[in-house]
Design a protein around this ligand. Structure first.
Ligand code: 5RP
Length: 227
């Protein structure tokens, strides 16, 4: 069976020009993209990358591609990332990996933010199939949990726990991670602001009106979607 994520990553190669600064998220589609850039992109040696995840950074280094810390960069030409699901306005739910804060920072630095994946990622309207992930300052954990439960009384809210340490899972930024499973997806515009405004919330995993394009592939071929 064809790997549609690989096909979408291949289609993204044509967006890359010489000397660009490129941000990358995480996931299997992005892994394909890194390998394709290393193997097939004639500009590879001139590119500079910023990465949201340790795994992506490791692969970039292993493929001898140049990586800079995001803190040293003012802007990016392009940001590529996968997602769990996106809608017709290109609002995306992300972060099985709990790394959405850095991903959102990189997305906000880019002239173009391109979502990549197979066609299963697209839903006309975001639905409740995936949780909203909230990164929370440790000292604000209980108050944010209380306020979120008040805001979304029907939702199931669970803190991510470490499988190895019998304690809280700590994010790359030293914070707590909480998954909010809705029974019905709230209005995206309201959700975006409502959760972000709770003191102690570092960032949530709804990428509202940030992506500028999506490239998805399926049995029918490659589709480029604009908001
Ligand atoms: C990481 C993500 C990933 O982009 C998302 O899980 C998609 O991964 P894949 O390309 O393997 O489908 O949101 O936070």
């Amino acid at each position: 069976m064809a790997d549609h994520k690989l096909t979408a990553a291949k289609a993204a190669l044509s967006l890359i020009g010489p000397n660009q600064s490129i941000g990358l998220g995480a996931g299997s589609t992005i892994m394909h993209l890194v390998n394709l850039i290393a193997n097939e992109c004639k500009y590879a040696a001139s590119l500079n990358f910023a990465s949201s995840s340790f795994k992506t950074t490791q692969l970039l280094s292993a493929r001898s591609l140049r990586v800079s810390p995001p803190a040293l960069l003012h802007k990016l030409d392009l940001y590529f990332d996968g997602c769990d699901q996106f809608d017709a306005e290109l609002n995306a739910l992300k972060s099985g990996g709990g790394i959405h804060t850095t991903e959102k920072v990189l997305a906000s630095m880019a002239d173009e933010f391109v979502l990549l994946g197979d066609e299963s990622k697209f839903a006309k309207h975001l639905n409740a199939a995936y949780p909203l992930v909230i990164e929370i300052l440790p000292q604000a954990l209980q108050i944010v949990l209380t306020k979120a439960a008040g805001m979304f009384p029907l939702a199931t809210i669970t803190q991510r726990m470490s499988t190895q340490k019998d304690g809280a899972l700590i994010s790359d930024n030293g914070n707590m991670l909480v998954d909010v499973y809705f029974t019905e997806m709230p209005n995206a515009r309201e959700l975006n602001v409502q959760v972000k405004m709770i003191p102690g919330v570092v960032e949530h995993s709804l990428f509202y009106h940030l992506a500028t394009k999506a490239i998805i592939a399926g049995e029918g071929g490659v589709q480029s979607i604009l908001p």
